[in-house]
Design a protein around this ligand. Sequence first.
Ligand SMILES: [Zn+2]
Ligand SMILES: [Zn+2]
Length: 343
Amino acid sequence: MKAAILRSPKNITLSEIQTPLSPRSDEAIVKVKYAAICGTDLHLYRGETPAKYPVILGHEYAGEVLMVGQGVRNIKPGDRVIGSYMASCGKCRFCILGKPQLCERRLMFGINIDGSFAEYMKIPLAERVLVKIPEELDYRDAVLVADTFLTAFNAVEKALKPGETLLITGLGSIGLSAALAAKIMGASTIIGTARRERPIKIAKELGVKYVLNPDKEDVVKKVMDLTNGYGVDASIEASGAQKNMKIAFESLKPGGKMIQVAIPVEAITMDLKYIIGLEKSIIGVLNPGTPPHIERALKTVKNEINSLRSIVTHEYSLDEIEKALEIMDKRIGDPIKILLKIS
Ligand SMILES: [Zn+2]
Ligand SMILES: [Zn+2]
């Protein structure tokens, strides 16, 4: 089969390798139909986050089950599936605490085990990873749900209650998905920040009432003006950039919550005195990623799938992986979400 193997930073090659064809008891083999490129893949490609080289990159996928091991009961060959970005053991102290995303033996596709930028994927602990796609969704739409939408949806659920105000800094694929999730959940006013034309346009379509440009205006002051001087109930920081983190924190009302969903790759310097004086909090949130979470995300977004689809700006074949990563890396043509059509 063909697979895009990351061998070291910026060194990804399309190689012909052995197709995985003999699943062990807990495993499934999936024929990948669509994969999607995520911000995490870009960090891995650039060498900003470590990977276990060589590794097949990619952790967002939708495909058809080809075979399953004898211990896999909830999925069978022929099923259309999406799956988590990781497999958790279900037995360690964090899994038992209900925090599978912190599993001590976490297997992460495209990081420490082979991922989805390949024609076939071997899925360990398949019952804890895969979920059937509802009939009304196709692979191309479903590929956006298990990681991109669920990450955003989970952050929104941690951030706010219906009727509350939300600021989202960074309207990339996660920020825009968070806007959609917040709209579905009944946020009162959604404010976003973006610099480029394309995300501003999509954000407005997704229900973001005000899109502010941090290069052109004082965002914190504007947010205060828009919230009667209080600040927003919650913010979701989806860029990882120092300037936006500062904005997301300073725009909060007293007692407000800032949810960090993007990885700040560089060390950040911030004035945090109000974390005490105004009881503000900063919470790091990771996609919980097990089948029940994915099923809830599917149910939540199913009727709004046309809106979610609007974040997709580019589509390539697996053969064009280097070009696709280059476009993402250099932001050529304002990419938001890039899909890979595999088969
Ligand atoms: Zn992802
Ligand atoms: Zn575990």
